[in-house]
Design a protein around this ligand. Structure first.
Ligand code: ADP
Ligand code: MG
Length: 416
């Protein structure tokens, strides 16, 4: 069959046989549903804090925490859009701008998104952060406004860049003459406060609230609501929903995970021509998601971490089931040399090993070596085939897949 007729076939089959999804967008992460079960209290609390804006008063800054998938983003976007709509009835006094700090990445980008919401033009690059901040101040104050700044995933910006921007933002009302600003900060990391200067913390957290994880029953309610809009009537999915909710609750009550499971399970069912999503689809969806999560994590590792991981992989080839830091470091240096890179210090490599351990790509444990002190035993935390799969598509490391480290030549037989 020619390529075009293969595709015709795929499309025809899809149109004829796809009887599962009425609207798959409904199961995506950034979809804000019109109902948010089990978050009424939080919606009310945030609504009460932001309501003074309707009468032109500055509202308190709020800090919202909670693990991923506890509905923080959805609830804040929901409350904000209702607030802005309500405010329109009284003129254009309230403006709001939502920024995801993790995707924005830098203070410059965060500020230029805020400027954009005010109609202030900022070039893509070229100004200093201070200059952009000045334009932002002039922009807000050129009207009489209540400007709500939502800084979502603020923890990632603070950890990477420090809290200077937050410091400036929390003090901005002191210099504004016509307008006022309120900040809603959202953090996925519960330890986020430790990264803040006490002055910033106290003004940012005039109010604060924690979103606790959902339990399995709550997740079921959330999924059932979404499933009604996502799937055609008559598609059977009760068992699948219970399992998705149970799996997500067992992890950390993450609604995003539950929705992902249901979406991928639905896709499997559809592709296989089923009109029911059953538990087996969910089980396979779980495997698929896990596989994608790991390959994604592997692909995005910084080069030196990849080389460290690869060193452990090569050690495994000669059947050394668990290596010690020194072995890994020796191969690591050899690989760096092959690739024309300057190796990092052993101490630094040791901390890369810890990071890889935290994300589950390596397993390491400290063992006592008697009078030689202590060392770390290190094993791969994922399958060898997965590493091979990802690294064969890595332009830089591909050439090393079949590499035989000089320092291992001759060791395979006596160590296995
Ligand atoms: P967080 O920002 O805490 O990581 P999100 O608000 O992004 O979590 O929620 C993750 C996903 O779960 C989104 O698709 C969101 O619509 C959905 N979700 C979370 N809580 C609820 C809820 N109470 N009702 C319906 N959907 C929800
Ligand atoms: Mg979020």
């Amino acid at each position: 069959m020619k390529e075009s007729s293969v595709l015709d076939d795929v499309f025809e089959r899809f149109l004829k046989e796809a009887h599962v999804f009425k609207d798959r967008e409904v199961l995506r992460h950034d979809y804000v549903p019109c109902q948010l079960p089990h978050r009424r209290e939080q919606i009310r609390y945030i609504g009460e804090i932001l309501a003074p804006a309707l009468k032109g008063s500055r509202c308190s800054n709020i800090l919202i925490y909670g693990k991923t998938g506890t509905g923080k983003t959805a609830v804040v976007k929901y409350v904000l859009s209702k607030l802005v709509n309500k405010a329109r009835e009284f003129g254009d006094l309230v403006k709001a701008c939502y920024v995801n700090c993790r995707s924005a990445g830098t203070e410059y980008r965060v500020l230029s998104i805020l400027c954009d919401a005010l109609g202030v033009k900022v070039p893509f690059t070229g100004l200093s952060v201070g200059e952009v901040f000045d334009r932002f101040k002039v922009g807000i104050d050129s009207n009489s406004l209540l400007f709500m700044v939502v800084l979502d995933e603020i923890d990632s910006l603070i950890k990477a860049r420090g809290d200077l921007l937050l410091y400036e933002l929390t003090r901005i009302n002191e210099v504004l003459r016509h307008s006022k600003t309120s900040i809603v900060g959202i953090s996925n990391d519960l330890r986020f406060k430790e990264f803040l200067d006490p002055r910033v913390l106290s003004s940012l957290s005039e109010e604060e609230t924690v979103f606790r994880p959902y339990d399995a029953t709550e997740l079921q309610d959330i999924l059932r609501d979404r499933a009604k809009s996502a799937f055609y009537d008559g598609v059977f999915y009760d068992g699948a929903i219970s399992l998705c909710a149970a799996l997500a609750a067992a992890e950390h009550g993450d609604a995003r995970r539950a929705l992902d499971l249901l979406r991928v399970a639905g896709e499997l069912a559809e592709r296989e021509g089923f009109e029911a999503i059953v538990e087996d689809h969910v089980r396979r969806a779980e495997k698929r998601i896990e596989h994608d999560r790991i390959t994604e994590a592997l692909r995005n590792l910084p080069s030196h971490s990849k080389i460290v991981l690869f060193s452990v992989f090569l050690l495994g080839k000669v059947k050394i089931n668990s290596a010690i830091t020194g072995d890994v470091y020796e191969i690591y240096c050899e690989l760096c040399c092959q690739l024309g890179l300057t190796p990092l210090s052993q101490r630094r490599v040791s901390s890369l090993i810890n990071e890889l351990d935290v994300i589950g790509l390596l397993n390491s444990r400290v063992v006592s070596m008697g009078r030689y002190g202590r060392s770390k035993k290190i094993r791969l935390g994922i399958t060898r085939s997965l590493i091979r799969e990802v690294f064969t598509t890595d332009d830089r490391l591909r050439c090393l897949i079949n590499y035989e480290p000089r320092c291992l030549v001759g060791t395979s037989s006596n160590r296995s």
